[in-house]
Design a protein around this ligand. Sequence first.
Ligand SMILES: *[C@@H]1O[C@H](CO)[C@@H](O)[C@H](O)[C@H]1NC(C)=O
Length: 241
Amino acid sequence: MAESRFVLVPLLSFILILSLPFMAEPAIGVNWGTLSFHRLSPTTVVDLFKQNKIQKVKLFEADPDALKALMGSGIQVMVGIPNEMLFLLSSSTQASDLWVRQNVSAYTVKGGVDIRYVAVGNEPFLSSYSGQYVSYVMPALLNLQQSLARANLANFVKLVVPCNADAYESSLPSQGAFRPELTQIMTQLVSFLNSNGSPFVVNIYPFLSLYGNSDFPQDYAFFEGTTHASYRWIKCLLQCI
Ligand SMILES: *[C@@H]1O[C@H](CO)[C@@H](O)[C@H](O)[C@H]1NC(C)=O
């Protein structure tokens, strides 16, 4: 019980912070993707964040231009590591040391970037990847954690693994369980997160459920249900960890 509460608090804050851009929350976060036909210059993007009081940003990889533009902004940043890098980082401590040096330590200087999280992979357990990244996740986490410790950053920069909602399988939250083939990795992951003070992160895209099913309850999708359905969903998710 103590363990699930420990996980619950950061999870709730994270989901609320990153997934509810339209609610009057004191801290609002956005994903800054770069797959676009008309990319804005990074300084323009950071100016837009400031104008809109965006205080938290997730980058899908350590894009040097984005990170440079974020220097001195005070915006809290989650830096992502693409799934394709997991094998290398899982197999070499030298590679993880270099990754941390080039993509974290280089920016966490005075007047630099306020990097708070490193996302190790992006939804590496997605069923469409057929398990190809699963075995790299824990070794990559352990290598990166040691690299952060060697760089004296372990207390400040937390490692997370953004999970996909399809890691969870059930039509009803109250009957929830992770996909059976993920039980072992989820147990190891949660234990790692717990011992390092990191939140459990899950990417939830309520708009996809709305597009896919016209009966999907809108208040549920936008966390506005008077019955606090979203809280129940998250609690159920955590009970199966
Ligand atoms: C730092 O991150 C970038 C972007 O993901 C990557 O291309 C580069 O290889 C990383 N550096 C190291 C030393 O791994």
